[in-house]
Design a binder for this molecule. Structure first.
Ligand code: HEM
Length: 297
């Protein structure tokens, strides 16, 4: 599943950045996708962590579609008017596009792979997702507006993001002034890693913090329940720039896959044997598993 899911998600970024998608067989595309994924894994390995300091946040500032569009326009204008030392250089644009692929591909595809694995591990929850989707929208193409009518499916996606906790350390930040936080003095200029795990698994916030329990996001009457401690995209001014896009992608991809397939363990493998363990990496990926996708009748 890994390669097609990575390619599908990466093609969304391609459509935004280049205005077109790639064929999955295109060697240029598969190379970009492969390196984006491998780099994210390498970034989390202890040897790379101790050797390099990663300052992703500042270089990410240019990212997002409308900024890139603006950028391309300004770049053309400024190149033509010959503005010296303009930040609108091709290298900057290439770096911004790279960051967009890096931030937007691996995160979303990893979450989707967790979602499919969890559906295999908990077939009764997959049954409830199928039941809701076929009852509410049937086989027609899903739209983002359908989310409000699919509270159980929405809860499953939220709970997947919570339990998968794919960016456990968020990104490093730096204090812009001396500050005392919960009785600890933190000097200006200190690097701070906000541990999202501490919130996503907070025992005072979640009824079953260490279990996959979609009811965390449901009221008793079955309607969707928002939770303040749900912050897989971090929080504050530097919250993930791609949150809206990621949420839309997760919903559309997940519902579409559920409409088309039932996911199971391969023949001879008992779901109890499926381990919900993560590999080491900057993002937490599920350890490799083989899954079967059986077309829905
Ligand atoms: C499930 C998918 C995703 C998750 C869980 C996720 C999570 C995060 C987290 C935790 C941060 C760190 C925020 C902080 O510094 O406090 C972040 C930053 C960022 N994300 Fe995402 N992200 C996802 C998808 C995306 C997508 C699809 C894009 C782009 C289209 C994107 C673009 C960015 C950018 C540009 C930043 C840096 C923002 C800044 O430094 O101001 N992310 N993301």
């Amino acid at each position: 599943m890994t390669e097609p899911v990575n390619c599908a998600v990466s093609n969304i970024t391609s459509s935004l950045v280049y205005g077109s998608r790639f064929e999955y067989s295109d060697p240029e595309f598969t190379t970009i996708v492969k390196y984006t994924t491998t780099n994210t894994q390498l970034l989390g390995s202890p040897s790379v962590q101790v050797t390099f300091k990663v300052y992703l946040t500042d270089s990410c500032i240019y990212i997002y579609l409308f900024i890139i569009c603006n950028y391309v326009k300004k770049s053309d204008e400024q190149n033509q008017s010959g503005v010296p030392n303009s930040p609108y250089q091709e290298e900057n644009m290439a770096s911004s596009i790279l960051q967009l692929f890096a931030a937007g591909t691996e995160t979303t595809s990893t979450t989707l792979r967790w979602a499919l694995l969890l559906m295999v591990k908990y077939p009764h929850i997959q049954d409830q997702v199928h039941e809701e989707i076929f009852r509410v929208i049937g086989t027609r193409e899903v739209q983002t507006e359908d989310r409000k009518d699919l509270p159980f499916t929405d809860a499953v996606i939220h709970e997947t993001q919570r339990i998968a906790n794919i960016v456990p350390l968020s990104l490093p930040h730096q204090t812009s002034q001396d500050i005392t936080f919960q009785n600890y003095f933190i000097k200006k200029g200190t690097t701070v890693w906000p541990l999202l795990t501490s919130v996503l698994y907070d025992e005072s916030e979640w009824e079953k913090p260490h279990s996959f329990y979609p009811a965390h996001f449901l009221h008793k009457d079955g309607t969707f329940r928002k939770r303040d401690a749900f912050m897989p995209f971090s929080a504050g001014r530097r919250i993930c720039l791609g949150e809206g896009l990621a949420r839309m992608e997760l919903f559309i991809f997940f519902v579409t896959l559920m409409q088309r397939f039932r996911f199971t363990a391969p023949p001879g493998v008992n779901v109890d044997e499926l381990e919900l363990m993560s590999c080491v990496g900057f993002t937490l990926n599920p350890v490799p598993h083989k899954l079967c996708a059986i077309p829905c009748a």
